[in-house]
Design a protein around this ligand. Structure first.
Ligand code: ADP
Ligand code: MG
Length: 712
């Protein structure tokens, strides 16, 4: 078996910095069920949605579109599809689809509904996520899937004829795929008057969706049957909530973690009983705040307070057992203080909260179309988000919300969160829309139109990859193949190239590993050990080839869980990557791509990656003094070889977690960047390349001058 591991080659590096963006997490969110001890049927009857069962069914029957607003936990996702099934919406062999933005939600909701409906998962109740389909044709009636999966089904069945009702859930999140799907569904609805659409949301900002689907004043090509109303129905199944009194800071604070801890301690000392919920932005902040609160708790105990503090963290990466502490009622004599990321804003509901402390920030993804770079930043939240957070204090009785900013500053915040559609890279979305026959992107009915620059950038990338021709139409077969492969078009291009270069086995592994969250475990406080484990597989070709080495070593161990654990690798993630790899292999076979191993020829692998990632090529430009660490050998600054648009070129450097962090290759390709708090774009998953390979891979973008690559 080919291996790229060079024994003895050790590279020091600072590993272990991980993302803790909740949206990307593959871990299940906790579900707390206060009626756990009751029979399932009785649990179902106690949900707020049950009070509205008849009304929901009536509205869905009479309106083309129904928008349903209800707080998290009110029974939207689990109950509505079952009501539809019970009312006969699946009796003609069609299914009810319910989409979720996150894979994990698809699986947990499907499992719960299967249990409630007395079905084995995959029979009456099934699900579909990318790379995994647990549905039985002809048997499955309720199908949960991600928005992306439903969109892909439209390649084969553009009018979604298998479904009688499509419920788009968690629409308030306004994810890229949800927004795209809503635009497509509106198109389908014109051709399928019998299709029913339900849009479910956990917040009250539903007006936009209602007016988007309101076609009552538009003359459609086909009129709906006269008894179906084209004006969407709006139903709120909101449980009764109380208002929250808002408090602001007199002066701005410089450290919101400390300010939050201080505020919570003050509430604890001075206010009536009732749990406290603190909103911070990430795992580290939550852990820090809990540590500070525990310290505070010790002091308070000495002061003989009436109640004791019981702090608990809550973020998506937290082990399940620890998550439960945030949900269970505090023991008698204790006041629970939950320190959470924005998963507590809508994704989960914590009972018993009477006080909210809000730092008014959240981690957000951003995209700059001028540089083509995305990043993850701590950014101020919108006023709508803040209102949602404040509402979390009013479930039991009128609550209090303490915002850690001044009222004047608060008024400066944006009214609503910018939808992902307007702050994301769009190449994949555009490619799929093209494959679905949407030719003019600007004329597409967007719920929120993306910025023109972003659209231009996406078209430019797809053109450079060869997916679009000069007429901006999908090319055949390349563009069609790229649209069919369920991965980013850049990775798709690398896969197709690997067939020609005879290294598909290796590139399949690399792409599968990029399709899961990091395969490395990052246990708290064991960074040195993790570094050492990683360095065993590190090679000068970069992170992707190093990952490939780790993969091969895992294979040679016989895919042993114990082996993986010993080497700080996440066995479950590796198994999932293996599963994805098998599916991608199947896709390549179907496209007639030869699947061979490079037998140790690393260069062919690097060249295949170049064929997909050439737009992410950078060149070493200078070494500057590291102001934060002047004694170090300095920062190696890279600049992008291909960058459209005027303005200052972004400054890039290799992320500290990369195996190439301490080396200075002349040319690199990166897969991701992350913007540091000091403004640097830090490249992750980098691969060293030769300048010559760039014009070879993309002659229309790069031209060869001597040994260096230049932009044409
Ligand atoms: P919504 O979609 O409105 O947020 P759900 O339909 O997901 O609400 O859940 C309704 C209720 O069903 C929850 O409050 C909980 O009591 C129960 N429930 C949902 N999923 C699970 C689960 N996986 N395990 C136990 N109880 C669950
Ligand atoms: Mg739900």
């Amino acid at each position: 078996m080919a291996t790229f591991l060079r024994p003895g080659e050790k590279r020091p590096g600072a590993f272990g910095i991980t993302f803790d963006l909740d949206a990307g997490s593959t871990q299940a969110l906790p579900v707390f069920n206060k009626n756990e001890r009751l029979a399932l049927e009785e649990q179902r009857r106690r949900l707020p949605a049950f009070q509205h069962r008849r009304e929901i069914l009536y509205l869905v029957e009479h309106h083309a579109t129904t928008v349903i607003v209800g707080e998290t936990g009110s029974g939207k996702s689990t109950q509505i599809p079952q009501y539809l099934l019970e009312a006969g919406w699946c009796s003609d062999g069609r299914m009810v689809a319910c989409t979720q933005p996150r894979r994990v939600a698809v699986m947990t909701v499907a499992a719960r509904v299967a249990e409630e409906a007395g079905s084995v998962l995959g029979q009456t109740v099934g699900y579909g996520i990318r790379f995994e389909d647990v549905t039985t044709p002809g048997v499955t009636k309720i199908r949960f899937c991600t928005d992306g999966v439903l969109m892909r089904e439209m390649f084969e069945d553009p009018l979604l004829t298998q479904y009688s009702v499509v419920m788009v859930d968690e629409a308030h999140e306004r994810s890229l795929a949800t927004d795209t799907l809503l635009g497509l569904l509106k198109k389908v609805q014109r051709r399928r008057p019998d299709l029913r659409i339900i849009v479910a949301s956990a917040t009250l900002e539903a007006d936009k969706v209602v007016s988007f689907f309101d076609t009552s004043t538009v003359r459609g090509p086909k009129a709906l049957p006269s008894d179906t109303m084209r004006k969407p129905a709006l139903l709120s199944i909101e449980g009764r909530t109380h208002s929250s009194q808002i408090h602001y800071l007199e002066r701005p604070c410089s450290d919101y973690v400390r300010a939050a801890v201080q505020t919570a301690s003050d509430i604890h000392r001075e206010d009536a009983p009732g749990d406290i919920l603190i909103f911070l932005t990430g795992q580290q902040e939550c852990e820090d705040a809990v540590a500070l609160l525990e310290e505070e708790a010790r002091k308070v105990r000495q002061g003989k307070a009436r109640l004791r503090m019981a702090p608990a963290a809550l973020y998506a990466g937290l082990p399940a057992a620890a998550q439960l502490a945030a949900f269970e009622p505090a023991p008698r004599g204790y006041r629970k203080i939950v320190v959470a990321t924005n998963i507590a804003e809508t994704s989960v509901t914590i009972e018993g909260v009477c006080f909210v402390v809000d730092c008014c920030f959240a981690k957000q993804t951003a995209y700059n179309p001028l540089t083509g770079l995305g990043s993850l930043l701590v950014a101020p939240i919108s006023r709508a988000s803040a209102a949602q957070r404040a509402g979390r204090a009013g479930r039991l009785r009128p609550g209090h919300c303490f915002r850690l900013c001044t009222e004047a500053d608060f008024q400066q915040l944006a009214e609503a969160t910018v939808p992902e559609m307007q702050r994301s890279e769009l190449a994949s979305t555009v490619l799929q829309l093209k494959a679905l026959g949407v030719d003019n992107m600007m004329a597409f009915d967007w719920l929120a139109p993306p910025p023109a620059e972003t659209m231009v950038r996406a078209l430019e990338l797809l053109h450079a990859l060869g997916a679009l021709g000069a007429d901006a139409r999908l090319t055949s077969p390349l563009g069609q193949h790229l649209a069919e492969l369920p991965v980013d078009p850049r990775l798709g291009r690398a896969l197709l190239a690997s067939g020609e270069l005879g290294c598909a086995e290796e590139v399949l592994t690399i792409v599968a590993m990029l399709s899961v969250q990091s395969v490395w475990l990052s246990p708290h406080g064991q960074r040195k050990a993790l570094d050492a484990a990683k360095s065993k597989f590190a090679v000068g070709e970069g992170d992707l080839v190093s990952g490939l080495n780790a993969w091969h070593a895992w294979q040679e161990s016989g895919r042993l869980g114990k082996w993986a654990h010993h080497h700080f690798l996440n066995h479950r993630t590796l198994l999932r990557a293996a599963d994805i790899r098998a599916q991608l292999t199947h896709h390549l076979r179907r496209l007639g791509i030869p699947i061979r191993s490079s037998e140790g020829d690393v260069i062919s692998v690097q060249k295949a990656l170049t064929a997909g990632l050439f737009m992410n090529a950078v060149q070493l430009s200078e070494t500057t003094v590291d102001l934060q660490n002047p004694s170090s050998s300095g920062i190696n600054v890279y600049k992008m070889l291909h960058s459209s648009g005027p303005g200052e070129a972004p400054k890039l450097r290799v992320h500290a977690s990369s195996v190439l962090a301490r080396t200075r290759p002349q040319y690199l390709l990166f897969w991701q960047v992350q913007q540091s708090s000091s403004g640097w774009y830090e490249m992750q998953d980098v691969t060293a390349v030769e300048a010559d390979w760039l014009p070879e891979a993309a002659p229309h973008v790069f031209q060869r001058i001597g040994a260096r690559a230049h932009i044409q």
